[in-house]
Write a protein that binds this ligand. Structure first.
Ligand code: PLP
Length: 260
């Protein structure tokens, strides 16, 4: 069983962040561990408060895990601020996990910042070059590059190429924000080539934690698959089932989570 670590924020309502990651790891046959970067008070209606963990304590959690346990893959989610990014980059550079999934989390669906805007440059300079794969949505890709958001698949591919040039080994560009398309195209771009994954848009508003769940699935599956292409394909099929089941959960009054 792969042993996998999420370095991310807590979502007390259980739909995103650490809680989504650990549920996903269990569902996909991995042993899950967690280093918590921030506590959030949130529910299906939005994020009410955030309390970031001190960077040295994020580092201490990671050191406790790495110094004792073999870690087969790591994912990063919410990193909150530049100090935490530096701590995580130091740990990843030192321990060099075989697979490092960087989910470039910036803003929650309700609009609350999960990464300080002045930390985007630090994410780009310090963590992108260490990543085995990054999973930006279109606004995140644009922020990392300091460019306008892609408005076509052609522009998505151009931006993915520029993100590779910044040092990531692979880019999964998530096209869910593309306007006016019946389907939601994602592109996996590596130096070896480009693969398009397409899924129909789901008729649910319950999409809280979708990004966390996808990057956690990649982290759990990659050690169990031969390539990113296989891991992405299987992760997306699984996420499709989770989205299809979301309406059955009936949690809260706002945007509920996907159903694992
Ligand atoms: N809360 C935490 C702790 C997260 O890590 C994330 C996403 O990465 C979110 C909330 C965002 O959730 P949503 O899917 O509602 O944007």
């Amino acid at each position: 069983m792969p042993r996998v670590l999420t370095i991310a924020g807590s979502d007390c309502s259980g739909g995103a962040g650490i809680q989504a990651d650990l549920k996903t790891f269990s569902a996909l046959g991995a042993y899950g561990m967690s280093a918590i970067t921030a506590l959030t008070a949130q529910n299906t209606q939005g994020v009410q408060a955030v309390s970031a963990v001190a960077p040295d304590f994020v580092r201490a959690q990671c050191e406790s895990v790495f110094s004792d346990i073999r870690v087969d893959a790591v994912k990063c989610g919410m990193l909150a601020n530049a100090g935490i990014i530096h701590a995580v980059a130091d740990v990843v550079a030192q321990w060099q996990p075989a697979f490092f999934v960087l989910d470039t989390v910036m803003i929650a669906k309700g609009g609350h910042a999960l990464l300080a805007p002045d930390a985007v440059g630090v994410l780009r300079e310090r963590l992108l070059p260490l990543a085995s794969i990054i999973t930006p949505n279109l606004p995140e890709a644009a922020a990392l590059l300091g460019e306008a958001m892609a408005s076509s698949e052609h522009e998505m591919l151009d931006q993915a190429d520029r993100l590779l040039q910044l040092g990531a080994q692979a880019v999964l560009m998530k096209g869910g924000h593309l306007a006016g398309t019946a389907e939601s195209p994602d592109w996996l771009v590596t130096p070896e080539g480009r693969v398009r994954f397409v899924a129909p848009r789901m008729a649910t508003r319950h999409t809280h934690g979708t990004g966390c769940t996808l990057s956690a699935a990649l982290c759990a599956l990659r050690p169990q698959r031969e390539s990113w292409q296989q891991a992405v394909g299987d992760a997306k099929v699984w996420l499709g089932h989770a989205l299809a089941g979301a309406d059955r959960l009936q949690l809260g009054q706002g945007i509920g989570p996907v159903h694992h």
